[in-house]
Design a protein around this ligand. Structure first.
Ligand code: HEM
Length: 473
């Protein structure tokens, strides 16, 4: 027994010494706790992450204790949490090379080294320009009819049924992106393979970084390899002229891609196959769960706020009634939906789908009087920014009229800001506006249970997937 206690004591002392040795000394000046030796605050982090309120409860408790800036040590990372407009401005628009994105090991491994999310400075700017081009308003015009028809077909199947909105929204957005990127037909076997591989990849992001058979991370890497093999075949068919499609992949291959080794990928504005694959996966990962969550929260918030739903419906019924009978929604109409735009923004504010933006300091700088050192991890808490009562009075209320006037810079970050602002903003808004048009013009829905819990995932989504019963108006 004595021996056992001595061993425990030695282990605890070594852990304390280890933490004192590895924890950055300069962090002493920052309020907060680094928690238990070795584990830090990992257990409370995981427990709050899985709670009904999600990870925000972890941040909120510490902000009340320590203030706007505090430190923590969780999941093997020393991190400083910051919030507020000034911190957002510094982190999001700081001059090139001041911060970089801070992906977890699993994300880095799955997405690959040439992903946009792993580039900084000039390399990031160049890659972003190439990728953002087909996602511009003009670039998206050619996908309008596909998205419109898919929205109508999807909703036809909802009629008089009980459905899980999150699952349905996920299938819809994946079919859109699968078709846009590589012309996958919505009901093809290829689409099904693409969907099942993507789901495995997606769930490997918040897994433990153990690359051994049977783990979620291992399965994610294998699914990524299968997805890349599929892309290899498609890219080689396109290069050999065996097939031609007017899609995202084709525009990147034609304008910007080169056959060649990975070694020379940085020497001009062309993309290698490796860059093409890493960045197609990046768009899927960054664009899928976010758009799915936004569409689901929006449908939920509308049902909970009948006056907003009524006003939105008026906008869409008016668009519909000004149209010749028998004709469907047009590109011009979808680009002129002012109230819908405000409803989308208010959804992104209230739900704050990405609750924090993660960065790594690439040099020393200061935030709110605290010295931040090169190499430290920083998390910008966006939930607090979106619920600041000075900018958004009565912040829990769902009120799209908040967006009647322009919002002060860095107070609304639904699509981020600065160099890393979302390049998929036009696509996301297009998908949501088309879908909502057909939904509110023809259907009504009611939830089967009341539950505001969020899923323990990086993107905030309703835990119960929002079950509803749908009927014709
Ligand atoms: C409603 C849906 C969406 C929301 C709420 C959203 C939100 C965001 C936010 C907040 C950021 C910035 C994150 C940061 O600064 O750390 C971001 C970046 C990004 N988003 Fe979106 N996004 C959405 C849809 C999409 C779509 C449809 C795509 C592509 C098809 C996409 C691709 C990306 C990419 C690639 C980045 C990283 C940009 C970079 O690092 O330069 N997103 N998104």
């Amino acid at each position: 027994m004595m021996m056992f206690l001595v061993i425990i004591l030695i282990l605890v002392l070594s852990a304390l010494l280890f933490q004192a040795w590895v924890s950055p000394k300069a962090m002493d000046a920052i309020p907060g706790s680094l928690g238990w030796p070795l584990f830090g605050e990992t257990f409370s982090f995981i427990s709050d992450f899985s709670s009904p309120a999600g990870i925000y409860s972890f941040i909120n408790k510490r902000q009340q204790r320590y203030g706007k800036v505090f430190k923590s040590y969780a999941l093997g990372r020393f991190t400083v949490f910051v919030t507020g407009k000034e911190a957002a401005k510094i982190l999001l628009t700081g001059k090139d090379g001041m911060v970089s994105l801070n992906l977890f090991y699993t994300g880095k491994q799955v997405l690959g080294p040439t992903s946009l999310l792993q580039q900084t400075g000039e390399a990031h700017k160049r890659l972003r320009r190439l990728i953002a081009e087909p996602l511009s308003v003009d670039g998206l015009k050619k996908y309008f009819q596909f998205i419109n028809t898919l929205a109508i077909d999807t909703l036809n199947q909802w009629q008089e049924r009980t459905i899980l909105v999150l699952e349905e929204a996920s299938t819809f957005t994946l079919k859109v992106i699968g078709n846009m990127i590589m012309s996958l037909e919505p009901t093809s076997d290829e689409q099904e393979k693409f969907r099942s591989n993507f789901k495995v990849i997606s769930s490997s992001f918040s897994s433990l970084p153990l690359k051994i058979p049977g783990t979620a991370f291992y399965r994610g890497i294998k699914a990524r390899d299968r997805m890349y093999a599929m892309l290899d075949t498609i890219i080689s068919d396109r290069r050999n002229g065996k097939s031609f499609q007017k899609d995202f992949l084709e525009s990147l291959i034609k304008k910007h891609s080169k056959e060649g080794s990975e070694a020379d990928h940085y020497d001009d504005d062309k993309l290698t196959d490796k860059q093409l694959k890493d960045n197609i996966l990046t768009l899927l990962v960054a664009g899928h769960d976010t758009t799915t969550a936004a569409l689901t929260w929006l449908i939920k918030f509308l049902e909970e706020n009948p006056t907003v739903l009524e006003r939105l419906r008026e906008e869409h019924i008016e668009i519909q009634s000004n149209r010749e009978s028998g004709s469907s929604l047009t590109w011009q109409e979808v680009n002129n939906m002012p109230y819908t735009n405000k409803v989308i923004n208010e959804t992104l504010r209230k739900a704050t789908i990405l609750p924090w933006f993660s960065r790594k300091a690439a040099q020393d700088f200061e935030i709110d009087g605290y010295k931040i050192k090169k190499g430290w991890s920083l998390n910008l808490d966006v939930v607090s920014i979106h619920h600041d009562p000075v900018v958004f009075p009565n912040p829990q209320k769902f009120d799209p009229s908040r967006f009647d006037e322009p919002i002060r810079p860095f107070s609304f970050l639904g699509f981020g800001s600065g160099q890393r602002m979302c390049p998929g903003i036009n696509l996301a808004k297009l998908e949501i506006s088309i879908f909502i048009h057909h939904l509110v013009c023809k259907y009504k829905w009611r939830p089967l249970e009341k539950d505001d819990s969020v899923q323990p995932t990086l993107v905030r989504m309703p835990k119960n997937k929002y079950p509803v019963i749908v009927e014709l108006l």
